[in-house]
Every structure is written in structure tokens, then in C-alpha cells.
Design a protein around this ligand. Structure first.
Ligand code: ZN
Length: 460
């Protein structure tokens, strides 16, 4: 049967590894030239259309025309942070002085999950939603998902932007979409077996939760209809190889991931090789700095990811602090020229504690735990103060299937791996399965039991 095909950009032939070879393999020189052009336009736009940036630029005597190079942009445009936006939005809801477009041009409103208190409101124009949707398509395509697939969203549609933009992406790709909605886990599994979608969209922990419930129900997911699982919202299969293996084996599927934060939504679609995600350089300009000195760090070194978005025209984000720690690479065997974050997000500047002179990031410990057989995804890090030193105890739940006489052996192994990777000795203690609190997305799992006057270090 012949079909009409009106797509303007991509897709390439379905056998191509690229959604858009031209953009994904553009030389660094051309990418940087494009960034400069876009950043200069964005600086003018933000200065002319938002009270917030005009005030910020004026305060340091910066004029939009002062940005002549990428270096100028990185050094001269002041850093911005979530707390500034939240403060202004509270003064004058919904978007305060950060708003660049009138409300009738805002087509979607999202909010951060608000685990740290007041949520940040994020407006999108129609064009912004299209750009973010396309960002997902790059990731879908790289994993092998095609328009002939059927995508099942196991997601309770709320204000969190992530899966909305995945939906915009699924529409852009042109596949069939099934919304699972807010039913219980059992209901999702029955729906999947009944409607036979080929792609599962969910948070990674929910994919594991569904696998556990399916096992109890006697449903064999590994031989079920799902060929791909795709994740966002929390550290997933790219950041945590142990998790990838668990998801892939229980679903009998190939697993992929997109890195976003609520504010910069679909920032970095995955790489088919795994072990990291590629920054979508059509949507964002990013660089890394040392969070203490604020100096740019070199390729290969870890630093805080600072992002400027071309897809937040309703509320521009320039040199925005993500507080995510990443390691940049400029090349990848998959052939994409877009910067790669090796291992995805390695940690959070605000989820960091210093133990015996070593910076310990929550995510770094989580990455290691995910690779230790017998350790479940449920853990917490307890910070205490003994004999003048901060000490950290990792309390974890062993896998329910692990016999209890092996718990302490697994704890020893986890302690050894942490020591090897982070060069710091932490106490690792198994606790009763089911006894730890269940955490939300990207929550800080550091429990601070130090005296009150020592707790400042954990605050942003
Ligand atoms: Zn790659």
C-alpha cells in the first residue's frame, strides 16, 4: 500500500541510525558557529523582552552587543538559578518578571516536582513544545524505535513536563500512542498484554515495579510485546548499568533514556552505545564549570552543567545552573558530534557531602550500589558526626530474594566497591527489606543526623 509522507525534517530511511544525520553529525566548527548566532539572538531577545534579564544585565553593565564570542557569553552573561525564578514568580504569579511572551502565546504550563519546596512554573510556547518533542525523537530513533511502533505511556499525567514532551515527541515520530493513565500497576500490565504496545514509556523504577508485580501475577513480560523501554525522570539505564540489565532482562527489551531536568526538559537524548547521553545541540548550549571557583573545566573533567536553552522562549534560561555534575566528551563511536555526558549525570552539587576531605555525591554512591548484585534500589545515606569528623553510613535494603545469611557479605562488597571508586570508606549496613522510606524522583536521600550548626553544608 502506498502512503503519503509530508515530514519536513527527518526521518531518514528507517534503517538509518540517525533521525537527522545533518544535525547529529555536524562538525564542531559549524555547531559552534550556529551556537554563537543563536546565543547572540537570544541575548537580545531576553534583554528586550524580560524585566529579569534587563535588570541583571544592567546591574553588571552588560549590553547584548557585547557578546561577540562563545567565551564572551560564558564569562559575561550572569549565571541564573532556580531560586531567582521562584522568588520572582512568587512576587507576581504565575511567571513574574521572567516572562518573555504574553500569556496568550503560552501553550503549555508545567511545574517542577517541588521536592525541594515551592515548585518552579515553566511556560512553553507552541514552538517550544515542538522543539522539545523533537528532542525525544532523536533518542527514540537512536534506540531503534520507528513510526511503526506503538508506545504505551505508563504515566499518571500531572504537571511534570517530562512525559508531556515525550508525548509531543511520539506524535512527531508518528507512532501509535496508548495512554495508560493513572490506573494501578496490575491494570497497566493487563493493558500492555491486551493491547500489545511495543514501546514502554515510564520512569525506570516504575518499569522495575511493573516487572515485580507481573512476576507475582504470573505474567511473562520477557516474552511479552514490549521491544523497547524508554525512560526519564530519574537516573536510569544509562547512568546505572545495573538497572539497565534488570530492566532489559525482565522486559526482554532494549532500554534507553533521555536526560532532562524539569526546567530544560528534554536536554540530552540517549546514545545507542549507552554509557551516556548526547546533548541536543539544536536545543541547548552547554558548558561545565567548577561549582566552587566558577571557572570552566576542560573536557574529561567533572563539572557542573550550565545550560542555555533555545526552546524556552516563553521564559528564557541563560547560563542556567543545573547543579548536575557531568563529564563531557567531544566524540563518540556512534558518530554523533553532539557533546556526550559520559555516564549521564554523575552527581548533584546540592546532593553532595564532604566525608574525610572527599566530596561524596549521592548519585555516585547510587551508581555503585546499582552494580552490586543483591542490592535493591532502596537506600539512604546517613550523615553523622563522630570524634570531630563527618561520617557516612549507607543503609540499604537487600533484594528480597537474597537469603539473609548473605546480607553482610553483600554489604562488604558494596563497601569495597565504594572505596575503590570514590577513595573513601563508608559504613555499609543492610536493613530489613521494606523498612526504608520510598523516595520520589530525584529526591535527596541524605539524612543529616549531625548537630544543627554543622548542617549548613548540605543547603544550597
Ligand atoms: Zn554516541
Amino acid at each position: 500500500m502506498s502512503t503519503l509522507h509530508f515530514s519536513a525534517l527527518g526521518p531518514e530511511a528507517s534503517g538509518s541510525p540517525f533521525w537527522n544525520r545533518m544535525t547529529e553529525t555536524m562538525s564542531r566548527e559549524r555547531l559552534d558557529a550556529l551556537h554563537l548566532k543563536r546565543l547572540q539572538a537570544l541575548v537580545h531577545y531576553a534583554y528586550e523582552n524580560t524585566v529579569f534579564y534587563r535588570r541583571k544585565f544592567d546591574a553588571c553593565g552588560l549590553k547584548p552587543e557585547d557578546i561577540r564570542t562563545l567565551e564572551d557569553f560564558k564569562r559575561k552573561v550572569p549565571l541564573t538559578d532556580k531560586s531567582e525564578f521562584i522568588g520572582l514568580q512568587q512576587e507576581r504569579p504565575p511567571y513574574g518578571d521572567t516572562q518573555a511572551l504574553p500569556l496568550d502565546l503560552v501553550s503549555h504550563h508545567a511545574e517542577t516536582s517541588g521536592t525541594t519546596g515551592v515548585p518552579l512554573a515553566i511556560p512553553y510556547s507552541m514552538a517550544d513544545t515542538v522543539r522539545y518533542g523533537e528532542s525525544w525523537v532523536y533518542g527514540f530513533w537512536a534506540l531503534g524505535i520507528r513510526p511503526s511502533d506503538t508506545m504505551y505511556f505508563a504515566f499518571n499525567w500531572g504537571n511534570f513536563a517530562g512525559f508531556w514532551s515525550a508525548y509531543w515527541g511520539a506524535r512527531r515520530l508518528g507512532c501509535r500512542i496508548i495512554s495508560g493513565g493513572g490506573q494501578d500497576t496490575k491494570g497497566h500490565i493487563q493493558a500492555i498484554m491486551r493491547m500489545r504496545p511495543t514501546v514502554l514509556l515510564s520512569t525506570p523504577t516504575f518499569a522495575l515495579r511493573m516487572a515485580a508485580v507481573a512476576q507475582e501475577m504470573g505474567v511473562d513480560l520477557a516474552n511479552g510485546p514490549i521491544k523497547f523501554t524508554f525512560h526519564a525522570g530519574e537516573p536510569g539505564p544509562t547512568a546505572l548499568p545495573g538497572m539497565r540489565e534488570r530492566i532489559e532482562s525482565s522486559w526482554g527489551a532494549k532500554s534507553g533514556e533521555l536526560l532532562g531536568i524539569a526546567e530544560i526538559d528534554a536536554m540530552a537524548p540517549g546514545c545507542p552505545i549507552g554509557n551516556g547521553v548526547h546533548v541536543n545541540e539544536m536545543n541547548v548550549f552547554s558548558w561545565s564549570m567548577d561549582p566552587q571557583t566558577r571557572e570552566e573545566v576542560d573536557e574529561g573533567a567533572t563539572g557542573e552543567n550550565i545550560v542555555t536553552s533555545y526552546a524556552n522562549t516563553a521564559q528564557p534560561l541563560l547560563n542556567y545552573r543545573t547543579h548536575d555534575i557531568v563529564r563531557r566528551r567531544s566524540s563518540c563511536p556512534c558518530g554523533r558530534s553532539w557533546t556526550k555526558f559520559e555516564g549521564s549525570v554523575l552527581g548533584r552539587t546540592d546532593f553532595m557531602v564532604t566525608v574525610r576531605g572527599t566530596n561524596v555525591y549521592q548519585t555516585a554512591v547510587e551508581n555503585i550500589l546499582s552494580e552490586v548484585p543483591g542490592v535493591s534500589m532502596h537506600y539512604e545515606l546517613v550523615l553523622s558526626h563522630e570524634d570531630g569528623n563527618d561520617t557516612m553510613t549507607v543503609r540499604f535494603e537487600p533484594d528480597p530474594s537474597l537469603p539473609s545469611d548473605r546480607h553482610s557479605q553483600v554489604a562488604r562488597e558494596a563497601g569495597e566497591r565504594i572505596h575503590q571508586a570514590l577513595h573513601v570508606r563508608l559504613n555499609v549496613v543492610p536493613v530489613e527489606p521494606g523498612s526504608l522510606p520510598r523516595f520520589d524522583l530525584k529526591t535527596r536521600r541524605i539524612v543529616d543526623q549531625r548537630p544543627k550548626e554543622l548542617r549548613r553544608a548540605l543547603d544550597r
